[in-house]
Write a protein that binds this ligand. Structure first.
Ligand code: DX5
Ligand code: ZN
Length: 238
């Protein structure tokens, strides 16, 4: 189980200390939400901020691009120290070249899908990705309520992974708390992005530990088919 605190919920006036807090918490990844004020109605931070944070932590940087023109941002984020880059499937027919571009920068690549977008939009790309992010809120803001109608999408993504012998991470993002993590893990999610519930918890380390325990327990009770443990690199050949 991978726990990824989202920096969007941090105190932006003290980013250095907030990153240190996440580093010490026992989390696995730091989730970085990049918003351009066009693809989503909010603006967050860019490559210069990510580059400034890079020397402060060994956490893996999980970059989630909510941007209309990711093509101009891939190289800057790779140089800034991203460890993987996730793009939105809603970008339509530009997905294939974008996946190639991220891969050519030497990084694993993810695809995210918004709550209203049908899963058939992401199906053609399953073999080409390292991570599938099912958005559990409409992207743009932290602190929103989990949309329960997204759970069947998590189940579908997990079914495809098992049936087709694929090994992408199955990530969920938005409204993930001690209550909702269980439902997601039982549906097959293994990677949990959480902003408010972790950064605003009284103790982040305890909150990370609790979330991981709840997820692990829910997955084992759900008797999910085991994921391939040796991660095969996704192939860009179709
Ligand atoms: C939403 C972002 C999320 C956000 C999650 O657009 O993609 O990563 O930070 O925040 P919480 O956990 O507060 O819902
Ligand atoms: Zn995100």
């Amino acid at each position: 189980m991978i726990i990824a605190p989202s920096l969007l919920a941090a105190n932006f006036a003290r980013l250095e200390r907030e990153v240190a807090r996440a580093s010490r918490s026992g989390a696995d990844w730091l989730h970085l939400d990049i918003m351009d004020g066009h693809f989503v109605p909010n603006v967050s931070f860019g490559p210069a901020v990510v580059a400034a944070l890079r020397p402060l932590t060994r956490l893996s940087f999980d970059v989630h691009l909510m941007c209309s023109r990711p093509e101009i941002l891939l190289e800057p984020f790779a140089q800034a120290g991203a460890n993987r880059i996730t793009l939105h499937v809603e970008l339509g027919n530009r997905i294939d070249p974008l996946l190639w571009k991220v891969r050519s920068l030497g990084l694993p690549v993810g695809l995210a899908i918004n709550p209203p977008t049908p899963m058939r939009a992401i199906e053609p790309f399953l073999k080409k990705i390292d991570l599938l992010l099912v958005m559990t809120v409409n992207p743009g803001f932290g602190g929103q309520s989990f949309i329960h109608e997204t759970v069947p999408k998590i189940q579908q993504a997990n079914r495809w992974r098992v049936e087709r012998g694929l090994s992408y991470h199955l990530e969920v993002d938005g409204g993930i708390t001690d209550q909702t993590v269980t439902e997601c893990a039982a549906a097959g999610a293994d990677t949990f992005v959480s902003g408010t519930a972790l950064f605003r918890a009284p103790g982040m380390a305890a909150a990370v530990k609790r979330m991981r325990r709840l997820a692990t327990r829910a997955a084992s009770h759900a008797d999910l088919a085991p994921r391939t443990t040796a991660r095969k690199p996704a192939s860009l050949a179709s």
